[in-house]
Design a binder for this molecule. Structure first.
Ligand code: FMN
Length: 185
C-alpha cells in the first residue's frame, strides 16, 4: 500500500477482533515507530506492548466510561503504550531551548503516527488514546520516575473500517506568507 493511500484511508478503529497479530508484523510496526524523527535525535520514547488480558483490563479502567475507546482495550489482542522521558527533548544543557517547554509529546506523537500508518498498511487498526488517567496508567505499567505515558492504542484486526471523519478544507487552514492571508482564494 502506498503511504498516501494509508494516510487517506486510515481511521481510528474502536472495534477489534481477537485474532492474534503475528509477531513479525508487530515488530515491523514497532520498527516504523522507532524510525520517527525526534528533537536532536533524542528518541525519548519507550513502547510497552501489553498482551496480558488482566493488564489490558486495568488500563481500560484508566479511561472514563464515556471514552469510546474503553471497550477496545479488552477486545484487541494488544495495547501499545507510549512512554517518554521528560526533560530531554527540546532541552539544551538542561535548559529548555524554546519557550514551548518539553517536546516529548510532539516526538512521541510522531512515532505513534508512524506506528498507526504502518499498522494500517498491514490491515491493522489503532486509535490514539490521550484521555486517560496518566498517573494510574503509569502505576499499572510500572513506569519509572521521570517518564510519562503519552498515549496508548489498541492494535488489532477489524471487520469493516469506520466511516471517514470530516476534515476542514485546505482553503480554511492554509495561509500564504503570514497568518490569515488566504492561500486559496
Ligand atoms: C491526541 C489524540 C488523543 C485522542 N484521544 C482519544 C481518546 O481518548 N479516545 C478516543 O476514542 N479517541 C481518541 N482520539 C482519536 C480521535 O478522536 C480521532 O483521531 C478523530 O476523531 C479523527 O478520526 P479518525 O482518526 O478516524 O480520522 C485521539 C486522537 C488524538 C490525535
Amino acid at each position: 500500500m502506498e503511504l498516501l493511500t494509508a494516510i487517506r484511508e486510515r481511521r481510528s478503529v474502536r472495534k477489534y477482533k481477537s485474532k492474534p497479530v503475528p509477531e513479525e508484523i508487530l515488530m515491523e510496526i514497532l520498527d516504523a515507530a522507532r524510525l520517527a524523527p525526534s528533537w536532536n535525535n533524542t528518541q525519548v520514547w519507550r513502547f510497552i506492548v501489553v498482551k496480558d488480558q488482566g493488564t489490558k483490563a486495568k488500563l481500560s479502567e484508566t479511561l472514563r466510561p464515556t471514552n469510546p475507546a474503553k471497550a477496545a482495550y479488552l477486545d484487541a489482542p494488544i495495547v501499545i503504550c507510549a512512554a517518554a522521558q521528560r526533560g530531554l527533548s527540546g532541552f539544551y544543557k538542561g535548559e529548555a531551548a524554546t519557550n514551548r517547554g518539553d517536546w516529548f509529546m510532539f516526538d512521541t506523537a510522531l512515532a505513534m503516527e508512524h506506528l498507526a500508518l504502518a499498522a494500517w498498511q498491514f490491515g491493522l487498526g489503532t486509535v490514539h488514546v490521550g484521555l486517560f488517567d496518566g498517573t494510574k496508567a503509569e502505576e499499572i505499567l510500572k513506569v519509572p520516575e521521570g517518564y510519562s505515558i503519552v498515549s496508548m492504542t489498541p492494535l488489532g484486526y477489524f471487520d469493516t473500517p469506520p466511516d471517514a471523519k470530516p476534515r476542514k478544507p485546505l482553503q480554511e487552514i492554509l495561509y500564504l506568507n503570514t497568518y490569515g492571508e488566504s492561500y486559496i482564494k
